[in-house]
Design a protein. Structure first.
Length: 306
């Protein structure tokens, strides 16, 4: 186990190194000039050149990248060009909101997706199954901003049950979490249905039925532990996706997560913030997948880590 974790951590470090390189290259090739954004439209060419020199943007690409890596190894994510604040502080200030939204969204999509998937698999090829799969397809296809605006209009404006936007209480969390849960629940339901159908056809399930075990005992004790394994991998991926924040949903509900921070940085070409959020999100995805792999043997002892 220890050697497996060590090997995965080394692989993760190489992956993160590659992500920083690709992101840095793309930002380097972007025609927008951060120095011009800082100086303003009316600034002279000399002023822009001075700002570019102060930020080190006039240096060759590899010099800039090496300087970034050197700081990164010391735990320095850089300093925002416009806000004049350490990127680590900006990300840390937005992280609690993102973690809270991530937990709420994953809980909603699991509750919705697993329930629909289990019912659809047990009622396979019935009208109920077809109706639930149509609902899942709609939830997958629905644009995020449309779902968010509809929920706001119905439950915040018309019914007044929840605040229109903001952050701070459980009521503020419900609508954005349900929006993300509605969108992600469709994927989980389809995956759960397929996995359940596959497990229901296995020999050990037929053996359990032959022993006279009740239907729900078979489902809860034998089918679910095996069918849920693909879901665990999806949760690991979702952790990274929600860490980066769903920008559209955060914008609709005014949720102050790191996704909104990244969107503001992209508009202003604030490269240190973009790099910082990208690296944090990539780290979350890598660790989420590692956590999913480590959890799988606990659910099914037949799975061995190699």
């Amino acid at each position: 186990m220890a050697s497996y974790i060590l090997r995965r951590l080394l692989q993760s470090a190489l992956i993160l190194l590659g992500i920083t390189l690709v992101t840095f290259v793309l930002l380097y090739l972007v025609p927008a000039d951060p120095a011009r954004q800082i100086a303003g439209r009316s600034a002279t060419a000399e002023t822009v050149a001075n700002i570019r020199a102060q930020l080190g943007l006039d240096q060759p690409f590899f010099v800039q990248y090496w300087r970034y890596l050197t700081g990164l190894l010391q735990g320095d994510l850089g300093r925002s060009y416009l806000q004049r604040t350490e990127v680590s502080e900006l990300v840390a200030s937005r992280l609690p909101a993102t973690l809270l939204l991530m937990a709420g969204a994953i809980a909603c999509e699991l509750a919705l997706g697993l329930t629909i998937g289990i019912i659809a698999a047990l009622k396979r090829n019935s009208r109920l199954d077809n109706g639930l799969m149509i609902f899942s397809f709609i939830s997958i296809s629905a644009p995020q901003f449309v779902v968010g605006i509809l929920l706001l209009y119905v439950f915040a404006v018309k019914l007044g049950w929840f605040p229109i936007g903001g952050y701070g209480t459980f009521a503020h969390l419900v609508l954005p979490a349900v929006t993300l849960g509605f969108l992600g629940g469709g994927w989980y339901s389809r995956m759960m249905r397929s996995s359940m159908i596959d497990v229901l056809g296995q020999d050990f399930v037929r053996t359990a039925r032959a022993k006279g075990l009740s239907k729900w005992r078979i489902v809860l004790r034998h089918v679910l532990p095996n069918a849920i394994l693909p879901i665990i991998a999806m949760i690991g991926i979702d952790i990274g996706l929600f860490m980066s924040g769903i920008v559209v949903v955060e914008s609709v509900f005014g949720w102050p997560g790191i996704g909104q921070l990244a969107w503001q940085a992209i508009q202003r070409v604030d490269i240190p913030i973009i790099m910082g959020v990208t690296l944090v999100s990539a780290t979350a995805i890598v660790l989420g997948n590692l956590l999913a792999d480590l959890t799988a043997p606990l659910i099914d002892p037949r799975i061995k880590l190699k």
